[in-house]
Design a protein around this ligand. Structure first.
Ligand SMILES: Cc1cc2nc3c(=O)[nH]c(=O)nc-3n(C[C@H](O)[C@H](O)[C@H](O)COP(=O)(O)OP(=O)(O)OC[C@H]3O[C@@H](n4cnc5c(N)ncnc54)[C@H](O)[C@@H]3O)c2cc1C
Length: 467
């Protein structure tokens, strides 16, 4: 990637002309936050040469045209909560932050479509919808801080994906600035569209490598009148995980089915300094049910209770929603507090194979003598394994982690799984992508990248390398 030009004084002057002096940062201290995302470890830190904060689509287009003309890498960035180092400028160049693009552009109520700029926080989209009697079902655990543009670019999943799908399924249209600086709208307010290739869905999950999202057309859902969260506690991870397929095969259609292993529960408990039920030895399945008819909902609770009890649950209780979701959502932060260096794996397998993954992880944890905490968007087959360095010497950690990952992913692929369910590939999983992605699939992805970004300026070196 030695082909790029530096951000020299002339480029800085042009950037300042486009967005104004205060919206161009060059100061190293100020840019520290932009030198990494949520992935820890020195090798995942890299400073950009400049951070720019456009406020309009027109400004984004001008910045991209400049970068394309001068052959300067450009990295779109939302809140920087990513777990794949995808918003870090490893090839140098400009970080284009969407933090000042935070307008709610339009609420098209008859079509239940909300149009927002990419820097709007996920939580603010959720609030906007709720206050008007609707639901925005996108709900990554990071929703308090992540931005909607980042959610689109990573195809973020989260808690409610089993019922409503991942971010891709919430997006009807996107306004995009292409890598050559053109502005276009893909999709729109249509419920269906067979007019050629579905470029909207191609952009979603493309991790900022195919263009910059400048407006998002989100589909809202009706808000259910009642929600009940159940907590089923089991005395082994296997017993807990084995119930997931049974729940999904039952007539009940839950909104969330989440798993937390006992080590993860205790870690969250310590982090929050708050007692959690059965934290001495329990493993959790959290089931969220929603609907408009309270009686029907109560019947569904009974079904889940009976199912879990018949298959070994120690207890099934109606959970305190604030407490239980706080403990689940702090899984990553709690692990970070325990061990600043940790690796967040984001495996995804067919739902029926999660018990095998959980077993494999405990085998690998013993073999490599590292602590592994597990939480899963269980009904999605999306198992998060946070591998903690703790006080292991760095040299040993650097040796063991790739060996463990190699064994883990060989297993994941052998059971029909993939590298990432929702965090993406970014820079962090480049080697694994090279090794495990089907070569023909990878060739198709590279052909798309080359066609849309001929100068390879848009977030280069992410997902795969073209070198
Ligand atoms: C504690 C914690 C919990 C998390 N829980 C979840 C979870 O439950 N589910 C989940 O899916 N993820 C989760 N994540 C990961 C992360 O929050 C998501 O990937 C999120 O979608 C990233 O959003 P962001 O705004 O922080 O994007 P960033 O990290 O800033 O960027 C992520 C990617 O999006 C690209 N990008 C950002 N904005 C744009 C744009 N406007 N146009 C084009 N490309 C753009 C960047 O280039 C980069 O490739 C979690 C992270 C943390 C730290």
């Amino acid at each position: 990637m030695g082909k790029y030009n530096p951000v020299d004084a002339a480029v800085v002057a042009e950037l300042q002309q486009i967005v104004g002096d205060r919206n161009v940062w060059l100061d190293r201290e100020k840019m520290e936050d932009y030198s990494h995302d949520a992935v820890t470890g020195e090798k995942y830190v890299h400073f950009p040469e400049a951070v720019v904060f456009p406020e309009t689509t027109g400004q984004v287009a001008e910045i991209v045209q400049l970068a394309n003309r001068r052959l300067i890498p450009i990295v779109p960035r939302g809140a920087g909560t990513g777990y794949a180092c995808a918003a870090v400028a490893f090839a140098g160049g400009i970080i284009l932050s969407t933090e000042r693009m935070t307008k709610f552009v339009e609420f098209d109520e008859p079509n239940m479509v909300l149009i927002v700029e990419p820097g709007v926080r996920t939580v603010d989209v959720q609030k906007f919808a709720t206050e008007r009697g609707y639901l925005y079902p996108g709900e990554p655990s990071s929703s308090d801080s992540s931005c909607i543009g980042g959610n689109v670019a990573t195809n973020a999943g989260g808690m409610k994906a089993i019922k409503y799908g991942t971010t891709r399924q919430q997006v009807l249209g996107l306004e995009v600035v292409t890598p050559e600086g053109e502005i276009t709208t893909l999709g729109g307010r249509l419920k269906k569209d067979s007019t050629g290739y579905c470029l909207t869905q191609l952009m979603a999950g493309s991790e900022g490598t195919l263009g910059i999202v400048t407006k998002v057309y989100l589909k809202l859902a009706p808000k259910p009148a009642h929600v009940i969260d159940l907590l089923a506690v089991f005395d082994s991870p296997e017993a807990a995980i084995n119930i997931v397929a049974r729940i999904m095969q039952s007539p009940v259609s839950p909104v969330c089915v989440e798993f937390m292993d006992n080590k993860g529960i205790r870690c969250s408990e310590e982090f929050l300094n708050e007692k959690l039920p059965h934290s001495d030895k329990g493993h959790y399945i959290i089931v969220s049910l929603a609907g408009d008819n309270e009686e029907v909902l109560e019947d569904q609770c009974v079904t889940i209770d009976e199912l879990c009890t018949a298959h070994g649950a120690l207890e099934v209780l109606v959970a305190d929603p604030v407490k239980i979701w706080k403990s689940r959502k702090t899984f990553g932060e709690a692990n970070r507090a325990r061990s600043l260096i940790f690796s967040a794996e984001d495996t995804v397998v067919p739902m029926s194979r999660i018990p095998d993954v959980v077993q494999k992880l405990s085998e690998l944890s013993r073999k490599y003598e590292v602590t592994v905490h597990i939480a899963a968007h269980a009904a999605d087959g999306n198992v998060h394994a946070d591998i903690l360095k703790e006080d292991l010497p760095l040299a040993i950690w650097n040796e063991r982690l790739p060996l463990l990952q190699d064994e883990l992913y060989a297993f994941i692929y052998s059971v029909g799984g993939k590298l990432s369910g929702e965090h993406g590939i970014g820079y962090k999983r480049l080697d694994l992508m090279r090794k495990y992605c089907d070569p023909v699939e990878l060739k198709m992805m590279k052909a798309i990248k080359k066609a849309l970004d001929p100068n390879e300026i848009m977030n280069p070196g992410k997902i795969f390398s073209l070198d």
